[in-house]
Design a protein. Structure first.
Length: 271
């Protein structure tokens, strides 16, 4: 099966791990992702149906627009990938307009633009909900036309929602498979820069997610796979999982390739 890249750059994206994740995902009719992010697992798995959630309203809005009218969106967004838009003052002006706008179509266009022109594929908002990723200074940002077309085609099997993870879990039915890729537990006190979302997903939520996974798989024929950093603490909260697997992954938050260290990731399956 040919691998497909997400059309968004995404810190912590699962493109490199999608093969390993697929091997661990049990068979089922529907895959539910409460933290879909850039959607690499969705794009590289083979289920009849998908329920894809993210707490980021801009992300889900963009996905629904591409699903409904990919040709129009691609045509309209291509304009932003011309040299005159690849300048810091234009970027900051558009970012300012984006933060002031309530027009969902305009926001979807600028969200894609900022994702590709901003620093390192980060997606971050300040406390008042303003997008605050700095300009990325790339020579020629890539316009992901083919990736968007593939996404739109695959999205015909998907329903996109924007809600809390507990609400998404509540939609699960017997026979569903759930894959969770929550904001990762920081590896150290100073590593909170990797908690890219900053949406208050703290240690309480991490433990809560492990508890729900345990409860739902005991009650119903539902399987839950979770990925996270491999730490003493995550091993403790996931101790009741039926299966655990550790893998070494390159971390790519740093722009300098030589600063990209190997990090241990943990995949746990409840079934």
């Amino acid at each position: 099966m040919k691998k497909h890249r997400a059309f968004l750059k995404w810190a912590g994206g699962k493109y490199g791990l999608s093969d390993v994740i697929n091997k661990m995902l049990p068979k089922g009719d529907r895959l539910i992702e409460p933290f879909v992010g850039a959607g690499s697992v969705f794009l590289n798995s083979n289920f009849d149906h998908y329920l894809l959630n993210d707490i980021n309203q801009d992300l889900i809005n963009l996905y629904n627009i591409i699903k409904e009218n990919p040709q129009k969106f691609i045509k309209d967004s291509a304009i932003y990938f011309t040299p005159e838009y690849n300048q810091s003052e234009v970027y900051y002006q558009l970012r300012k307009e984006f933060n002031a706008s309530t027009d969902s179509y305009f926001r979807s266009l600028v969200f894609l633009y900022m994702n590709r022109h901003g620093y390192n594929g980060l997606c971050r908002y300040n406390k008042s909900g303003g997008y605050n990723v700095p300009f990325g200074k790339y020579k020629r940002p890539y316009f992901p036309e083919n990736e968007m077309l593939y996404f739109a085609e695959k999205a015909k099997k998907a329903t996109f929602v924007c809600e809390g993870y507990r609400e998404t879990f509540a939609r699960a039915k017997s026979g569903d498979v759930i894959y969770c890729d929550p904001p990762y537990v920081p590896l150290s006190k100073t590593a909170s820069f990797t908690s890219y979302v900053g949406n208050g997903f703290g240690l309480d939520e991490q433990a809560d997610l492990a508890n729900i996974a345990e409860e739902i798989t005991e009650q119903d024929k539902i399987s839950v796979l979770i990925s996270n950093h491999d730490t003493i603490w995550t091993r403790k909260i996931y101790q009741h999982a039926s299966k655990q697997k550790t893998i070494q992954v390159s971390r790519t938050i740093s722009q300098k390739a030589n600063k990209r260290n190997k990090v241990a990731e943990l995949l746990v399956l409840y079934k």
